[in-house]
Design a binder for this molecule. Structure first.
Ligand code: BTN
Length: 265
């Protein structure tokens, strides 16, 4: 692999106060999230992250695998040690929002990126990234929150199974992307969203809702793997990160994020 992530260049671009100031880079790693999970407590610092150029056992949502071409993309895990132990999913969505907002400014003048429930980042109707959040408790105290992020940046070809559903930033923008600069800019945005999340700002929920695919529309749902016959109107997320849905009888139902998938054709 001749495309190494250049930590020095990344550090030069980084303008965050705390997020990403401590970084561990690995040429190859099974999974950045598994690595962050296994780090001993004494080595954990709020805002640190680990990144690899070749993730050999990347994990995705629903026990799926996350495949990423070595040296082309971003595969990293952020580690947080928040005081509050509620609303993780809102924080995950806030990170997705940070990426979506960045892509909407960076890739095109027309907004073309959005969040797809629960944790996908879409660009021009194809998946460009995904997030996986894991929490580690000691007793009932939250020890660490790990947000693993995979973003397709410069990859140009995908395996046949995902070729029609996946894309990369480079494919959509039509040029090679500077990964170090991109990551530093995304981390600045995530740092800002983290503060909004900590302050429980209502505007954060509104911004997330505005950027979720299907918001305000009648959609079909798969609940715990079962496709429901009736459609629901997506009302957006609440403070707990549950998705609120209006049924045809005028009742509001809330769903946790593992529970449902929005079905699109
Ligand atoms: C998904 O869309 O299914 C979520 C994908 C999350 C992938 C990232 S890549 C970095 C981190 N390490 C992992 O093993 N998974 C996450």
């Amino acid at each position: 692999m001749n495309n190494h992530f250049d930590i020095e260049s990344f550090r030069q671009h980084l303008s965050t106060r705390w997020l990403g100031q401590s970084v561990q880079y690995f040429e190859e790693l099974e999974s950045t999230s598994s690595y962050a999970r296994e780090l001993p407590v004494r080595e954990i610092a709020h805002g640190m992250f680990c990144i690899t150029d070749n993730q050999t056992k990347g994990r995705g949502q629903y026990d799926r695998r996350w495949e990423s071409e070595p040296g082309q993309n971003l595969t990293f895990s952020l580690v947080f040690t928040p005081q509050q132990s509620a609303g993780f999913h809102v924080l995950t969505l806030a990170c997705a929002l940070a990426i979506v907002e960045h892509l909407n400014e960076f890739v095109d003048d027309q907004p073309c990126a959005c969040i797809k429930w629960p944790n996908d980042v879409m660009l021009n109707d194809k998946k460009v990234g995904g997030l996986l959040t894991e929490s580690i408790f000691s007793g009932n105290k939250l020890g660490r929150l790990i947000i693993g992020i995979g973003l397709n940046v410069n990859q140009r070809e995908f395996s046949p199974e995902v070729a029609d559903k996946a894309t990369s930033i480079s494919l959509e923008k039509g040029e090679k992307i500077d990964r170090e600069r991109l990551l530093s800019e995304i981390l600045s945005r995530i740092e800002h969203k983290y503060t909004l999340w900590q302050q429980k700002q209502k505007d954060l929920l509104k911004a997330i809702n505005r950027n979720i695919e299907g918001y305000g529309q009648w959609v079909q749902l798969k609940v715990d793997g079962q496709l429901l016959e009736e459609t629901y109107k997506m009302l957006g997320i609440n403070e707990q990160g549950q998705l609120l849905m209006l049924n045809h009888e005028g009742g509001i139902e809330s769903f946790s994020y593992e529970q449902i998938r929005i079905v699109s054709d």
